[in-house]
Ligand binder design. Structure first.
Ligand code: MSP
Length: 502
């Protein structure tokens, strides 16, 4: 069994979970579920980023200590992920002792390697980004290019990570590991940042106490990005001498948004090189979900609460929309009309209709018991294509492609039924053959669709009278044509996806 370790960014607790957070977390969940179907030993990590000035200020504004403030918000993320049926194997908080141990270990290693040195910083800082900017990087009116807000002037003694020493090493490494950043155009963005020249970055603050003290100089706390990135190691047991962190590390994929490429694809690998830790096997960079053309964020005020949308389209409806609508890597436009439109077309009219139709006809023409498929069914090829397309889509961390391939089989099966019109025929061998084929296709569809729509898939699985659970199935062996042998009672049940008036 091979291991598969995948992470989301850890989310700042200054805001409650919103659609932008849910997006990456659902992609990670679906990818994890796919890998469990492949039989991999999956570790899916998410969590919360709780230190730094931004959180300190949010806690002050709420009139709470930072720790108390974090303790009220972090569970809201965990609860949101439970409601969205997210199967994370761990949830890391940067205020946990195991994380302190890992950050201290990583800092010390970089310091001992001579890559962290004391210097003075003077310049502009955006608190929302937790990032310094040069004058050239700011907008013409001096505002932060991401948040379009004023920046602060900072001057203080900081320890610096000598990133400038890593340009050649990073370029060489990326050259030797083509395709590690997906999709390719996002990898090119990272290379562009490295080629453009690397500035040392500060890894400590003295003006702030809400953070992890440097092991060799307690007057300083670790810069929040150094602290945050290390979470991916903390969860493997790095920093705990009794654990072999390489059982999990290196990570297979860091899922990130395009706004944090610099931190993950430039800072992080350099930090790991300095510390003598292996580099990640992959990064998968998503675009932004835009609402009215703007990134959804607390600072722009266009926050959509994902949990409100569940009430309209259900958990699976929401998950499916997020995964299918946007090609991962590119920006996507979120709209309520788009959400309802996809639900009605792909879920109500396609998947829901197929499941209902199959059960109805089996009920009326086959005494409610599923007949066996034909081994030379005309649908067998469509099923093989769907399996191949879904496999290559998930392999490329391209959920929309994987689902498109899966829905190709749903459409082919509906078309097959429309051509054969078994509902018009007398019961007998011909109807049995057609319905056996449709049932087998639906069984395979149910497995392939389960990473996106897990609850619905499980329900269809049970209604088809199949044994065990859909999550026990393995790809490719259980998605080969002919796995369904017939003879099980098929239950119709209530509509899976009732149409929503738009
Ligand atoms: N705490 C840092 C990440 C540290 S990881 C070591 C952070 N947190 S965040 O909560 O602001 O954002 C986390 C991720 O959510 C980012 O990658 C960001 O791109 C993503 N999203 C936030 N809003 C988004 C959208 N509107 N659309 C898609 N993803 C966006 O940055």
């Amino acid at each position: 069994m091979s291991g598969f370790y995948v992470t989301t960014p850890i989310y700042y607790v200054n805001a409650e979970p919103h659609l932008g957070h849910a997006y990456t977390t659902i992609v990670g969940d679906a990818l994890s579920r796919w890998h469990r179907l492949l039989g991999d030993d999956v570790m899916y990590l998410t969590g919360t980023d709780e230190h730094g000035l931004k959180i300190r200020q949010a806690a002050d504004a709420a009139g709470q200590t930072p720790q108390a403030f974090c303790d009220t918000i972090a569970p809201k993320f965990a609860d949101a992920w439970t409601r969205l049926n997210i199967t994370n194997d761990d949830f890391i908080r940067t205020t946990e002792p195991r994380h302190y141990a890992a950050v201290e270990e990583l800092l010390q290693r970089c310091y001992d390697a001579g890559d962290i040195e004391l210097d003075t910083y003077s310049g502009k800082y955006c608190v929302a980004c937790e990032e310094y900017f040069t004058d050239e990087e700011l907008l013409e009116d001096g505002l932060c290019p991401i948040h379009k807000r004023p920046v602060d002037h900072f001057e203080e003694e900081n320890y610096f990570f000598r990133l400038s020493r890593f340009q050649d090493r990073l370029l060489k490494w990326y050259d030797e590991h083509p395709g590690v950043i997906k999709p390719e155009f996002r990898g090119n963005e990272a290379l562009g940042l490295i080629r453009g020249g690397l500035r040392d970055f500060s890894v400590s603050r003295t003006s702030l106490d809400w953070g992890i003290p440097l092991p060799w100089d307690e007057r300083h706390v670790a810069y929040v990005w150094f602290d945050a990135l290390t979470n991916y190691l903390s969860a493997t047991g790095f920093g705990d001498p009794s654990v072999d962190y390489t059982n999990r590390w290196p990570v297979d994929y860091h899922l990130i948004g395009k706004d944090i490429i610099r931190h993950h694809c430039v800072y992080w690998p350099a930090m790991l090189m300095s510390a003598g830790v292996d580099l990640p096997k992959g990064w998968a960079v998503g675009g932004w979900l835009l609402v009215d053309g703007e990134k959804m964020a607390k600072s722009t005020g266009n926050v959509v609460n994902p949990l409100d949308l569940i009430d309209v389209v259900g958990v699976d409806g929401f998950r499916y929309y997020v995964l299918a609508e946007t090609s991962y890597g590119s920006d996507g436009d979120f709209s309520f009309e788009g959400l309802v439109g996809r639900y009605n077309s792909d879920l109500a009219n396609n998947l829901g209709n197929l499941a209902a139709r199959v059960a109805t006809v089996v009920g009326k023409k086959c005494d409610g018991v599923g007949p066996a498929p034909r081994s030379d069914s005309p649908l067998a090829e469509a099923a093989a294509n769907a399996v191949a397309g879904a496999t290559s889509g998930w392999d490329a961390v391209a959920p929309s492609r994987a689902l498109d391939a899966t829905w190709g089989l749903i459409k082919a099966t509906n078309a097959y039924l429309e051509t054969n019109e078994p509902w018009k025929s007398e019961p007998g061998a011909e109807v049995n053959a057609v319905m056996g084929d449709a049932l087998e296709a639906l069984r395979i569809i149910t497995i392939l669709a389960s990473p996106a729509v897990p609850q619905t898939s499980e329900l269809i699985w049970q209604r088809l009278g199949l044994s065990g659970s859909v999550t026990d199935q393995r790809i490719p062996s259980d998605v080969e044509w002919g796995g369904y042998t017939g003879g099980a009672p098929v239950e119709k049940g209530t509509p899976l996806f009732p149409r929503i008036a738009s």
